[in-house]
Design a protein around this ligand. Structure first.
Ligand code: ADP
Ligand code: MG
Length: 273
């Protein structure tokens, strides 16, 4: 697989009246085209900050974040900003507007960008059919289940035809059962649409069930602690099917060991008192 994105020695600190908060230190990795990366690390370590940097909402203090041209050369600034327009961002909250129907929520981004035409409408209609929301196109978001809302939010993101999807704990508000189903859905959709994705999650089993590689960050300021490449004997397994494999257990345990150090540092005593 060709690289799509390359981060080299990325550092970032927040500055406020109270002083400096270093968030990320010397982060380097590549993301390949079509790859599914999971990003895990202790709470507050800098995961969302890293996604904001990749999306271009924040600018690195030092180091570089570059999209790689298909020829293999690094992109110039022009292609970089063109690529930035090709990034889809999906958050924990689905941000669907109650005053719009499901369909009109999905078309909102395209309307704003003046890109809603016959072709994009056809693409949206197909996704609504494929992903079981056709019957709900005229419904209001509050009439949908949590899983359906996340699917609608995903279609809204995909409608803009992003090359790269940044998913910041998009499933964490869902109950466990729904989360399993939505993970399967989202994974199938992303594979079918051949999208590259970076998923931030605090759920280790979610990371192991969905990712090609898992990037493990240290506590703040985040550095890369380890990168775990997941290999399953059988390829193309759904996230749910992965959960019952031998490899799943192995990777989960590896990840658990890596993360355990951080759990032990939590101020448990304070909570008890
Ligand atoms: P994570 O997503 O891993 O939980 P974040 O990237 O949101 O962590 O935040 C990393 C650190 O930076 C946290 O300690 C947080 O308090 C701090 N931080 C986040 N946003 C800001 C901000 N706008 N100003 C100052 N500090 C911030
Ligand atoms: Mg976060």
């Amino acid at each position: 697989m060709k690289p799509l994105l390359e981060l080299i020695d990325v550092c970032y600190s927040y500055h406020s009246k109270g002083g400096e908060t270093p968030a990320l230190q010397n982060i380097s990795f590549q993301v390949r085209q079509g790859e599914f990366i999971a990003l895990v690390g202790p709470s507050g370590c800098g995961k969302s900050t890293l996604l904001s940097l990749i999306s271009g909402l924040l600018v690195p203090e030092s180091g570089s974040i570059q999209f790689v041209r298909s020829s293999g050369e690094n992109s110039d600034t022009a292609t970089d900003s063109a690529m930035r327009g090709k990034i889809g961002y999906m958050l924990q909250k689905d941000h669907l507007f109650e005053w719009r129907t499901v369909y009109r929520n999905i078309t909102l981004g395209l309307e704003i960008q003046h890109r809603l035409d016959e072709e994009s409408r056809a693409r949206i209609d197909k996704m609504l059919r494929d992903y079981g929301l056709e019957r709900f196109r005229s419904a209001r978001p509050s009439e949908l289940s949590g899983g359906m809302r996340q699917r609608a939010a995903l279609i809204r993101t995909l409608a803009l035809e992003p090359e790269l999807l940044l998913l910041d704990e998009p499933f964490s508000a869902l109950d466990f059962q729904t989360r399993l189903a939505v993970c399967d859905d989202v994974s199938a959709i992303l594979h079918r649409e051949k999208k590259t994705a970076i998923l931030v999650t605090h759920d280790l089993s979610e990371a192991v069930s969905m990712a090609d590689r898992i990037i493990i960050l240290t506590k703040r300021p985040a550095r890369i602690r380890n990168i775990l490449e997941l290999k399953f004997e059988e390829s193309g397994l759904t996230p749910l099917a992965r959960r019952s494999t031998r490899e799943f257990q192995k990777y989960f345990n590896l990840l658990w060991e890596e993360m355990r150090d951080y759990e032990e540092e939590l101020p448990i005593e304070e909570e008890r008192s």
